[in-house]
Write a protein that binds this ligand. Structure first.
Ligand SMILES: C[S@@+](CC[C@H](N)C(=O)[O-])C[C@H]1O[C@@H](n2cnc3c(N)ncnc32)[C@H](O)[C@@H]1O
Length: 340
């Protein structure tokens, strides 16, 4: 495995064995930034919590349960597209290409890409980047099934992980960003994020992005408010996390999951609604909050796109679109772009 060009002193390295190592920022830095971000985002007239904080261990497990729900079409639809793009994708790959993944989660979809890489290469290098500790578990599971795989995981934000990879070797990369996670960004922030990816890439690198498409409102709303209440649990879990890690006293019975599709902005808007007028203390943030009855804490956007909007977005950043794949019902898209 190649060495990093510079020492990443902000990260601690954990070497599990010759095929698996991962890097994590120091725990004090992570705790400090969680407390700082929560302090700032809840101390506003329009309160919000960044969706990246959903993913503690329990949140990541709940997300995996969401992926299996009958209402949650994105996962199975994206998998159906990944299953059929193998032959096309091979045309763009070669023996000397690394696989990088933003928000790798349980790395379930990754397996469909790894099946192609491991057939093409005697040794495959995979760099999952995920804010959740789930990365260690999923990496170990991958290594049970792919014996020529070498994994360097980065347990950090997308931005931190991309910066980190700049210090890695100059081998060509295919960067994956699946699950329509990009849809969590507002259009302005999303454009800046794509530019960050673009400027991290070297000429010849590839980027494969999965984006959810505009569709019937009822279908969209039930995908984010399922009949078994798993999405509600996932949403409310962020308050449990704040209670546990920041010493807060949110009473989960006093909040409910509230999710709607905004047709004008083409996005699911997920919130937590305060069911009563109440006060909450977050001790580690030195914060005392007041909520009115029906006041919302915004927790997630999930933007949906029309195909021409995706093309414009990627072209405007400077990417060259190589190919786009849709499923038969045209629910979901995967787009492969390059930096020329
Ligand atoms: C919606 S899940 C998608 C997981 C998987 N890629 C899929 O398509 O099923 C988002 C994943 O990205 C991670 N994540 C969310 N926000 C992040 C951020 N800002 N930086 C790094 N990882 C993030 C989460 O921990 C989670 O594993």
């Amino acid at each position: 495995m190649s060495d990093f060009k510079e020492k990443n002193i902000d990260y601690k390295q954990y070497v599990v064995d010759s095929q698996l190592r991962y890097f994590k920022p120091h725990a004090t830095k992570v705790e400090k930034s969680f407390a700082e971000e929560i302090t700032s985002s809840l101390n506003q007239n329009s309160k919000f919590i960044n969706p990246k904080f959903f993913y503690d261990k329990k949140g990541s497990d709940l997300f995996e349960s969401i992926c299996l729900l009958p209402e949650y079409y994105p996962t199975r639809t994206e998998i159906s597209i990944l299953k059929k793009l193998g032959h096309d994708l091979l045309l763009y790959l070669d023996e000397k290409i690394n696989l990088v993944e933003l928000g790798s989660g349980a790395s379930v979809k990754t397996r469909l890409i790894l099946d192609i890489f491991t057939k093409l290469q005697p040794k495959t290098e995979y760099f999952p980047i995920d804010i959740s500790e789930i990365l260690t578990e999923s990496s170990e599971q991958l290594l049970e099934d792919y014996d020529t795989l070498h994994i360097t995981g980065i347990i950090d934000t997308y931005e931190g992980g991309l910066e980190f990879l700049k210090t890695y070797d100059d081998k060509k990369n295919l960067i994956l960003f699946l699950g329509s996670s990009f849809g969590n960004f507002t259009p302005d922030v999303g454009k800046l994020f794509l530019e960050k990816i673009f400027f991290t890439m070297n000429t010849g690198d590839l980027f494969l992005i999965g984006l959810d498409l505009v569709k019937d409102k009822t279908l969209l709303e039930s995908a984010y408010d399922d009949s078994q209440g798993i999405t509600a649990k996932f949403n409310l879990n962020v308050l449990s996390r704040i209670n546990d890690e920041l010493d807060a006293d949110f009473n989960l019975n006093n909040f409910s999951h509230y999710s709607v599709y905004n047709e004008i902005d083409q996005r699911i808007e997920m919130n937590l609604k305060s069911l009563v007028s109440q006060s909450v203390i977050i001790a580690k943030c030195n914060l005392s909050l007041n909520f009115n009855k029906d006041e919302l804490i915004h927790t997630e956007f999930s933007h949906k796109y029309h195909v021409p909007q995706i093309e414009k977005l990627l072209n405007d950043v400077g990417f060259q679109i190589k190919q786009m794949w849709l499923d038969d019902k045209e629910y979901f898209s995967l787009t492969l772009v390059s930096k020329n």
